[in-house]
Ligand binder design. Sequence first.
Ligand code: SAH
Length: 395
Amino acid sequence: MNVLVLKPGREKSLKRRHPWVFSGAIERVVGEPKAGDTVEVRSADGAPLAVAAYSPDSQIRARVWSFDAKATTNAEYFGRKVKQAVALRAALPASKHTNAMRLVHGESDGLPGVIVDRYADVLVVQFLSAGAERWREAILDALVAATSCEAVFERSDAEVRKLEGLAPRVGFARGNRNASRCPITEYGLHFRVDVAEGQKTGFFLDQRENRQRVRELAAGREVLDGFCYTGGFAVAALAGGATKVLALDSSAPALEVARENLAANALDAGRMEFLEADVFAQLRTLRDGAKKYGLIVLDPPKFAPTAAQAKNAARAYKDINLLAFKLLAPGGLLATFSCSGGVGAELFQSIIAGAALDAGVGAKVIGRFHAAADHPVALEFPEGDYLKGLLLLRE
Ligand code: SAH
């Protein structure tokens, strides 16, 4: 087998079971591994540490498949990993309340670069690393075997594939279905998922429990849902008894699905308004009109994928949250989120504190949000903990 020999001292992160080997940690490559090939990783003194997927074009030069350096990567190995991941989800309480779940969450499931979401009887997969790409067929077979889903749609069109030297690939990898409207159910609410053209794999499953929380809080309140996408929080809030909901997004296709999602549920559609707008501008318009809300949800896109963009992201988070505080009625609630890997929970809270201060309102943290349990965070992979949110009560 080909071998990556690390520089002295660079075995430390692997010994803590962090699954990435950066290019700068490698002393030399023994053999001629190709993209995606399995390599053995050894410390400078020759001790075997792991088997990993080689990624010659990426700064993350190898991603660990197993810390058992004797492990063999073959179809059987991936079959086992996929089965484990699927079994973990079947055991979650949420599996009794929805037929849409994340089945494989990359590194945290021991499958770096592999993302799989289940939308009822359709799977959506992303192969985002050279190693994942190398084992694509074996993983697809394993998924079909473990789930009995016959249709698997591939959304390997994420930007990160470029860093791995991989071209995008989109389309059915197995079977066929109407990919633009996959019906799912979440806590009794009905949604349609456009797995072909929607954002990411089509739906934000990580927010499932947080939507449910917002639903519980919405009764009797007038709600503003910024960045509503296909209406997840907005529909949940209306179902929870919101008096009125204004839902904003800049994407016309997302709002088209949002309107269908509203219609798919037995709700009073007259209490919902979907508006195509830029949230930054619309919040200002609402503030100038002295509008007040009892519950505001802000779930913006990833402003800072990495720590390098944290500063600009901080400005954007502060801007929208400052405006939201001004739009909150006394006793109002703000559920505010960040899915930026580059902005940690502590930094996020300090940005929100600055926003409240500058808005001149007092607020307390009365709850914290995370990604749902089908998006587990391996302890040794803190990068997996990207979604954070605060529930704030305005004084
Ligand atoms: N809360 C949603 C997910 C939001 S994803 C859910 O639970 O399903 C972020 C959304 O922000 C996307 O739909 C994107 O179209 C929208 N968006 C990005 N920038 C925007 C802007 N400046 N104004 C309004 N919407 C924006």
